[in-house]
Design a protein around this ligand. Structure first.
Ligand code: UT7
Length: 330
């Protein structure tokens, strides 16, 4: 039994917030944001749009491409740090919204690496049940980060956007496996450099935590940068070595879109030229678990991948977590 991607999908909300809009909100400049991050604009969800709404739209687009109905899904995974509610899971809410009545549902929280963690779990489920128990698994990365950033903090508010992406991993009857190699890793020792300190069981919501803005994202940007580059480089090299594939053979590096300087540093250290690095950060900013899938969907719909292409996906985020997946497109 092999695995293929039967469909990809994405969705971003209508409202666009440009760097020039941000200039009116905090002490920043288009020039600073562009030259430090590569971002020009990002999409912001409407107040009545929840994470599950973005996720459902992306899911419906992926189902449409795959030619499947939602009730043909065997499992539904949502990777997010911006769940609709503490519980039930966002996956269960998406299930209801799209009508995936036969799917087991699960949220995973691996921050920006979430979609790749989801692919690892989904491929394990497919391969672990050779009799075809799980044939179609929907993996979604969806984030409404605009709720988690302090719009008065220029260190974070310029960086993030809202959006969702989805892909359907499907079991095939031949042995062609799209996922050639993968690695998922974490280091909880550095959890504090990218976090939301309050609102969970360790530090429940009080008037004091609200006054201190402890429910917003906090990031030690430079520390995260310094961890991100070697982690992604090491993991990319590991999956290439697992597969016996050289960097020259990689058609596209598809990295998590947090900062174009990080993406370029990773590419040059792995040995992949810049023109083979897929970057769309200028349009969406950092959408956490959604970024890699937003790239993939754009590439598939823009006919930028062809059968036999090696795509090297890599991501890094809070946790800390990181992951890489090498795909051979089929
Ligand atoms: O997706 C999860 C993983 N996240 C990441 O991988 C993000 C990793 N980190 C980064 O991408 C970068 O560290 C940032 C984009 C967050 C920041 O870029 P930087 O080059 O590391 O800047 P910095 O934090 O060293 O700040 C440089 C200066 C500071 O001013 P002083 O102290 O030099 O006077 C900041 O206060 O830039 C200032 N600054 C800003 N200026 C204008 C910080 N944010 C802004 C801003 N506009 N928005």
């Amino acid at each position: 039994m092999g695995i293929r991607i039967a469909g990809t999908g994405s969705y971003v909300p209508e409202k666009i917030l440009t760097n020039f809009d941000l200039e009116k909100m905090v002490e920043t400049s288009d020039e600073w944001i562009r030259t430090r991050t590569g971002m020009k604009e990002r999409h912001i969800a409407a107040p009545d749009q929840a994470c599950s709404d973005l996720a459902s739209q992306a899911a419906l687009n992926a189902l449409d491409m795959a030619g499947l109905t939602a009730d043909e899904l065997d499992f539904l995974i949502v990777a997010t740090i911006t769940n609709d509610k503490v519980f039930p899971s966002t996956a269960c809410i998406v299930q209801r919204k799209i009508g995936a009545s036969n799917a087991g549902c699960l949220d995973i929280e691996a921050a920006c690496s979430g979609l790749l963690y989801g692919m690892e779990l989904a491929s394990g489920l497919i391969r672990g049940h050779k009799k075809g128990k799980y044939r179609n698994i929907l993996v979604i990365g969806s984030e409404k980060l605009s709720n988690l950033v302090d719009w008065e903090d220029r260190n974070t508010c310029v960086l993030f956007g809202d959006g969702a992406s989805a892909l359907i991993l499907q079991a095939t009857d031949d042995d062609d496996d799209l996922i050639v190699a993968s690695e998922v890793k974490a280091d909880g020792n550095y959890g504090d450099i990218l976090q939301i300190p309050a609102g969970g069981s360790a530090c429940p919501t009080t008037h004091e935590t609200l006054d201190k803005k402890m429910h917003y994202m906090q990031m030690a940007g430079q520390d995260v940068f310094k961890q991100a580059v070697p982690a992604m480089v090491g993991s990319c090299k590991n999956v290439l070595a697992q597969a016996g594939v050289s960097p020259d053979e990689v058609a596209w590096l598809v990295p998590h879109q947090a900062n174009f300087r990080i993406m370029k540093a990773v590419a040059s250290r792995v040995g992949i030229p810049e023109e083979r690095v897929y970057i769309n950060i200028e349009k969406y900013g950092n959408t956490s678990a959604a970024t890699v899938g937003l790239c993939l969907d754009e590439m598939v719909r823009g006919n930028q991948v062809k059968p036999g292409d090696y795509l090297l996906l890599t991501a890094f985020g809070g946790g800390l977590t990181w992951a890489s997946v090498l795909l051979k497109w089929c």
